[in-house]
Design a protein around this ligand. Sequence first.
Ligand SMILES: [Fe+2]
Length: 337
Amino acid sequence: MGIETIKSDDGREFVPVPVGKMEPGVKLLSDIYLRVDGKFLKYKAKGDFLEAEKLDFFLFKDLRNIYIALPELQAFMNWLRDLRTGVIDEVVEEIGEENRHLAEKREAIKEKVYDTFSDVEMDSGVAETLKEQVNEFIEEVKDLDISKAVLAKLIKHNDTMADHALNTANVALFMGMILGHGNKQVLEDIYFGALFHDYAKTKIPSEVLLNKNSSKYNQMMQDHPKKGASAVKRLENIRGEVIKIIEQHHENFNGNGYPRKLKGDEIFGLAMIVNMANIFDNTVMENQHKSKKDRYRMGIKVLEYDKGKQFDPDMVNRVLTGLKLAYGEFYIPPSDS
Ligand SMILES: [Fe+2]
C-alpha cells in the first residue's frame, strides 16, 4: 500500500494526517505528533483527548497535518473507522435502519470534502459540495430552540436584521468550510457566532440606528460587540467561542478595528471569518438594486480590497478562491473611457 511517510532524523517514519480528520474530545488510540522545524514532537499521547480549541487553533495557524508514527497507523485508522461508524449509527437511529445507505453516503461525501483540504487546489465540484454541506448543516441546527429564540428576537426588531444574521451565518459557514473546518462543534460556533453577531443592535432604538452621523450612533456602534457578548453570555448553553466571535467581529487584521484594536494573530480566527462574512453580506444587501451576479461580484471585490487591512490576507485568499468557484468567476468588462 503506497503510504506517504516522512523520515525523522533518528530514522522513525511518520504519516501525515489532515487536521480536518481529527475529532476533538474523543479518546485517542495512538500518539499524535506535530512537525516543528523538521522535527517530530509528540503532542498528545494515546488515551489523551484533543480539545476542540486546539484543533481550531491548528486550523487557523494553517497547520494542515498532524503526524502518526508508522507503527501506530493501524490503531489510528481503527480510531477513525470507529468514529465514522459511531456517527453513522447515530444518524441511522434517527432516520431508520432502512436508510443506512444514506447515512453512509453522507459520511463518504464529508470525507471527500475534508480530504480536499489537505490539497491546496479547490474546484467547482468541491465548492458545490460545500454549498450542499452548508445547507445540510443549517437544516440540522435551525430547529434548535436557541436558533429559534434568537431569530424571533431579531425578526421582531427588524426583518432586515434577521435576514442579515441568517445570510451572514450561511456565508460564514461556507467560508469556514473553505478554510478547512469540518468539525461539527466548530461549525456550530461559527453559525451561532454569526447569527448573534449584531445581537446588541436589537437594543439600539431605531431613531438612533437611522441617524448614522450622531455621536450616540457612533457610541452604540462601538459598544455593540461587547454589549452583544454580555447579553448572549446570559443565554443558556452558549460556548465561550461564540462569545469571542461576537466580541471580536469588528477587530481588523491591521489593528484599526474595535473595541480592543486587536491585530493579526491576536484576533480569534472564527471572529475573522464572521467579520468577512458580515462585510460580504452587507455589500450584497446594500446593492439590492443590482443583479445577483453583480452583488456577489461587489462582495468579492470588497473582500479583495480589504485584504491585509481589515482581513487576514491568507484567509481572504483561500476564501476568495472558494467564493469565486461557488458564485462564478465574475468577469469585469473594461470601461469604455
Ligand atoms: Fe456588528
